[in-house]
Design a binder for this molecule. Structure first.
Ligand SMILES: Cc1cc2nc3c(=O)[nH]c(=O)nc-3n(C[C@H](O)[C@H](O)[C@H](O)COP(=O)(O)OP(=O)(O)OC[C@H]3O[C@@H](n4cnc5c(N)ncnc54)[C@H](O)[C@@H]3O)c2cc1C
Length: 190
C-alpha cells in the first residue's frame, strides 16, 4: 500500500511526488498523459532555463527526478476514487485497485473523479480566456474538506504558468509530509 497516491503525472503531480518521496513517504503516481505542457515547444519562463526548455523534455526530466527519489510511476488511467470507511482511499484503474492514506488529485481539466465528493467548479478567474474551469476555494496547500484528499495544479484556481503550478504542487507535497511527520518538513541539500 502506498502512503501517497497522486493521480496525474503532469507539472503539479510530479512536483508534489518529488517532495512526498523525499520525505520518505511511499509515493505512486498514476498518469496516462500527456500533460498540457507537452504542447509547448519551448517554455521560456522557468528560472534556470534561459534558452527555454521543451515541455516534453521538462516532463521527461521531472519523471526521471521523481524516479530517482523512488516515486513509482504507473501509466494507468484512474477510473474511480473512493474513500473507505477506515478513512483510507481506494483508487481504481483499468488494471487494478490500489489503497493509500493520502490522495492528491492533479488531473488538470479532468474532474470527473471528484464528482462524488461534491466540489464546486467555476471558471478559473486567473486564466484570461474564460474557458478553463477549476475547483474553487482550495488553499495554496491543496487541502480540501475531505480528510487527506488534496488538490494540486490547474484543477485549483491558480495561474496557468508552469513554475507557479510546480510551486503549488511542491507546497501540497510539503503539507502532506509535514502532517505525516508532525512537524514542518524542510528539504536541505548539502
Ligand atoms: C496550448 C497551451 C499552451 C501553454 N503554454 C504555456 C507556456 O508557454 N508557459 C507556461 O508556463 N504554461 C503554459 N501552459 C500551461 C501549462 O501547460 C499548465 O499550467 C500545466 O501543464 C498545468 O499543470 P497540471 O499539473 O495542473 O496539469 P497537466 O500538466 O496537464 O497534468 C495533468 C495530468 O493528469 C493526467 N490525468 C488526467 N486524468 C487522469 C486520470 N484519470 N488518471 C491518470 N492520469 C490522469 C493527464 O494525463 C496529465 O498528464 C500552456 C497550456 C496549453 C494548453
Amino acid at each position: 500500500m502506498s502512503e501517497v497516491i497522486i493521480i496525474g503525472g503532469g507539472v503539479a503531480g510530479l512536483s508534489a511526488s518529488i517532495f512526498t518521496a523525499k520525505a520518505g513517504l511511499k509515493t505512486t503516481v498514476f498518469d496516462f498523459g500527456p500533460s498540457q505542457i507537452t504542447r509547448v515547444s519551448s517554455v521560456q519562463n522557468i528560472p534556470g532555463f534561459p534558452n527555454g526548455i521543451a515541455g516534453t523534455e521538462w516532463i521527461e526530466q521531472a519523471k526521471q527526478q521523481a524516479t530517482k527519489f523512488n516515486v513509482e510511476i504507473k501509466n494507468e488511467k484512474v477510473t474511480e476514487l473512493m474513500k473507505n470507511d477506515d478513512g483510507s482511499f481506494e483508487v481504481k484503474t483499468e488494471n487494478g485497485s490500489y489503497q493509500a492514506k493520502y490522495v492528491i488529485v492533479a488531473t488538470n481539466v479532468q474532474k470527473e473523479l471528484l464528482e462524488p465528493f461534491g466540489f464546486t467548479t467555476e471558471v478559473n478567474s486567473r486564466v484570461p480566456n474564460g474557458k478553463a474551469k477549476a475547483i474553487i476555494n482550495i488553499p495554496w496547500t491543496g487541502e480540501t474538506e475531505v480528510e487527506n484528499l488534496y488538490l494540486a495544479g490547474l484543477i485549483t484556481e491558480i495561474p496557468s504558468q508552469t513554475v507557479v503550478v510546480a510551486g503549488q504542487g511542491a507546497a501540497v507535497g510539503i503539507t502532506i509530509a509535514s502532517k505525516e511527520k508532525g512537524e514542518p518538513f524542510m528539504w536541505h541539500d548539502l
